[in-house]
Write a new protein. Structure first.
Length: 83
């Protein structure tokens, strides 16, 4: 915990690691898009949120997808439009 002030870690090595996405675009309707997160196709990822269990939720156009601590991705919500 802290007092809300800023903390700087001067000796930390900057790191960015890919944890989801295969650099391929998924189809809009994605029936079989579950599996290993690093092999997953994304349509248009635009938002991230984290869960208390270490999961990361990805807003991916019309889907909300969950990447679990085990590295598996699954669709938790699918939005559909009626035209």
């Amino acid at each position: 915990m802290g007092n809300g002030g800023r903390r700087f870690i001067a000796n930390a090595v900057p790191m960015l690691e890919l944890f989801v996405g295969s650099n391929k675009r998924r189809p809009l309707e994605c029936q079989n898009c579950n599996g290993l997160a690093t092999d997953a196709s994304l349509f248009r990822p635009s938002a991230l949120a984290h869960g208390l269990d270490g999961s990361v939720f990805v807003g991916d156009h019309n889907l909300i997808r969950r990447v679990g601590p085990d590295g598996q991705i699954s669709t938790v919500l699918s939005l559909r439009w009626v035209v």
